[in-house]
Design a protein. Structure first.
Lengths: 313, 377
């Protein structure tokens, strides 16, 4: 037999194998099917809004792109601010847990952070609007009067504290748990040999982390950030509750007129929307769908490119 | 697994931890939602009323402004009719009208009457060839509420309000405000304008009032989306109230029921200043004409924003119950008719006033509504 001569042995196919492989194929195609169905729904419902004539769209926008552009900006802007705040903190917390804290404390802290991930966003929203916004408003006034020459802190300061900076802080707190959890697991996977080698060469602990842990963990940190970004981009309720939106594009952090996010805009306008207004909101949802898709693709590319230099191999 | 140990299986640990977090989240959702389901239960339990022959279930979707009132009405109606279950889902006026036209709900609550296009779309609920009708059943005065330390008797007219909310008047001691409030202690502070961030019937009625009474200042048409990029925005009546309570020198427009704890400005109507009052609001609605070109039973109201009667409060929101004049299913018609009768009755209106702070329908309007309801089949 030719087959046996090449050394390949064909196993008898058992029923269990068939059933199991069949069910995984079904599971895999269901998720693709659902995704396709969502995309199809978004596209079909969007067409009337995208092709709408001037004067029919909400906010008297001349066309759909003029309507959605400030929202796209607001979505990306608030999520980016949230990441700028949360990346250093989550790396710091994860490093503390993985390399600095006593083992007992580290374990407890890890559980607490995981628990934070289970807090529903409406709770963060309530905290943001009832506590954070009010408490932080005097600080905003301080920033505005003393650092108003920096364009970010310029403009007329908000009287309620419901600004894009407050939203970014709330979002940062919301994405911290997932980012910290991922970073921590990656840091723990640093080959111990690398760490010990660095220490043996006379490196301090910080130098060891800089030379052995961080380079190894870089792709992990990127994917953690992208997970966080995904959550921040799509966060709806907390933004809707905290932000004071207006139809503007600006980079001011402390003014009452902030660009709204796509998700929050849908949540705020959908209940009272009718006719073409609904199509417009769904079309903006399609735009958000595309944005998150692009973000994920970029993350994939970044992670794959860095893999080769991670030092793990 | 101890946190310090590194193994290739590190990933598995991660997934189980996420799994437990997810499990907690799922459990919490189930617990919370079952709580919510329980809340409606007490309404059905108290049955000390005369025996009613009605039985069945029907649903309403619509205005969140009516939400609190509907809760009171459903409780009252179900006590009188223990075998009937009414569900009201306060998804919003637009969602309510959509749901009604699609046949998803037996009636809709809406802060705006059916539009002509919506009226022309037949609902599968209604007998072919018949139309839906609008019944005004919920009147809420809109207050101009403010939070300024030491200022309790602010007086404003339409042009000044329009100026403030448009961003043309930015200081509390602006000459326009001063001239209306001689002797009041007006601070030399910036005005923090707070408006709704979500589309709402309150914004629609507020802007309609300003567009009618101060057209030179308020140069945008009435809209349910706040038209100017001025001031802070907050979500819903409660969000607006919170924002004003938390921010010094702030001002907003808000359903009177949501303004507890805030000072309410007097409004210049004609040549006199009027304090907010429910009967004045109900009177304005009662004296306003109905929208022309509709069925006799369709009581869509074109509110007369320029009413200058004594004590009138033309800054008012009317919310409707939208029903079929003739239901395709007579049993459903009977149920909805009974419910509408209760809602429009003095008893129902008093319940709403107690629960939601609305203004009861005036006698003549209540009579008109009752006449329209009598024709529901």
């Amino acid at each position: 037999m030719a087959r046996q001569s090449t050394g390949v042995i064909t196993a008898r196919v058992r029923l269990g194998d068939r059933v199991f492989s069949g069910s995984t194929v079904i599971a895999g195609s269901v998720i693709l099917g659902v995704l396709a169905a969502v995309a199809l729904f978004l596209i079909v419902q969007s067409i009337p809004a995208i092709t709408a004539k001037e004067g029919t769209l909400p906010n008297s926008a001349p066309n759909f792109w003029a309507y959605v552009w400030p929202l796209v900006f607001g979505t990306v802007w608030s999520a980016a601010l949230a990441l700028i705040i949360s990346i250093p903190i989550s790396i710091g917390v994860a490093l503390f847990i993985s390399h600095y804290a006593p083992r007992r404390l580290a374990q407890g802290l890890g559980y607490v952070i995981d628990l934070l991930a289970a807090v529903p966003s409406v709770v963060f929203g309530l905290w943001g609007v009832l506590v954070l916004a009010r408490e932080i408003q005097p600080f905003f006034v301080f920033l505005n009067t003393n650092f108003g020459w920096i364009p970010l802190f310029g403009g007329v300061v908000s009287g309620t504290g419901k600004t894009v900076l407050t939203v970014a802080i709330v979002l940062a707190v919301m994405v911290l748990p997932i980012m910290t959890a991922v970073c921590r697991e990656i840091f723990l996977q640093t080959p111990q040999l690398h760490e010990e080698a660095a220490l043996a060469l006379g490196a301090t602990r910080w130098e060891m982390i800089r030379m052995a842990v961080l380079p190894f963990a870089r792709p992990g940190i990127i994917s953690a950030s992208m997970l966080g970004l995904g959550r921040a981009l799509g966060e709806t309720l907390a933004v809707a509750m905290v932000l004071s939106p207006a139809r503007v594009i600006n980079f001011f952090l402390l003014t009452p007129q902030n660009p709204n996010t796509i998700a929050a805009n849908i949540a705020l306008q959908f209940p009272e929307a009718s006719g073409i207004g609904i199509n417009t909101l769904i079309a903006s949802g399609l735009v958000l769908f595309v944005i998150t898709f692009i973000v994920n693709a970029i993350a994939r590319v970044a992670v794959n490119r860095r893999k080769a230099f991670s030092g793990a191999n | 697994m101890p946190a310090g140990v590194t193994t290739p299986e590190g990933n598995t640990v991660k997934f189980t931890r996420f799994g437990s977090a997810a499990a907690i989240a799922v459990a919490a959702t189930i617990v919370l939602s079952s709580c919510a389901a329980n809340e409606a239960a007490p309404a059905t339990s108290g049955s000390a009323a005369p025996v009613s022959k009605l039985s069945g279930t029907f649903n309403g979707i619509g205005s969140s402004a009516q939400g609190a009132a509907e809760t009171a009405w459903i409780a009252g109606f179900q006590i009188a009719n223990p075998k009937v279950t009414v569900n009201y889902d306060p998804q919003g006026s637009g969602a309510g009208r959509k749901g009604f036209i699609a046949g998803a709900a037996a009636f809709a609550g809406s802060d705006a009457a059916l539009k002509d296009t919506e009226l022309a779309t037949p609902s599968p609920l209604c007998m072919a060839g018949t139309k839906a009708i609008d019944l005004p059943i919920y009147i809420s005065p809109i207050a101009i509420a403010y939070n300024v330390a030491g200022l309790t008797d602010l007086k404003l007219d339409a042009a000044t309000i329009a100026g403030i909310f448009k961003g043309a008047i930015t200081k509390w001691d602006d000459p326009a405000i001063k001239s209306l409030n001689s002797g009041a202690a007006l601070p030399s502070a910036a005005i923090v304008v707070v408006h709704r961030s979500d589309d709402s019937g309150t914004t629609q009625n507020f802007t309609e009032y300003l567009a009618a009474n101060a057209p030179t200042v308020w140069d945008k048409p009435a809209a349910q989306t706040y038209p100017y990029a001025v001031g802070d925005a907050a979500k819903g009546t409660s969000g607006v109230a919170d924002a004003v309570k938390g921010a010094a020198n702030s001002i907003t427009y808000i359903d009177e029921s949501g303004a507890t704890g805030l000072s309410i400005a007097q409004l210049k109507v004609g040549s006199a200043f009027v304090k907010i009052n429910a009967s004045g609001a109900a009177d304005v609605v009662a004296k306003s004409p109905t929208v022309t070109g509709r069925d006799a039973n369709d009581l869509a109201i074109a509110i007369d924003r320029k009413n200058t009667d004594k004590n009138a409060w033309p800054l008012v929101l009317v919310s409707y119950m939208i029903v079929c004049n003739t239901y395709a299913d007579p049993a459903q018609g009977e149920l909805v008719k009974a419910y509408a009768q209760y809602v429009a009755s003095s008893e129902g209106q008093a319940a709403a006033q107690k629960q939601a702070g609305s203004a009861p329908l005036s006698k003549d309007l209540a009579a008109k509504v009752a006449k329209a309801i009598a024709t529901i089949k």
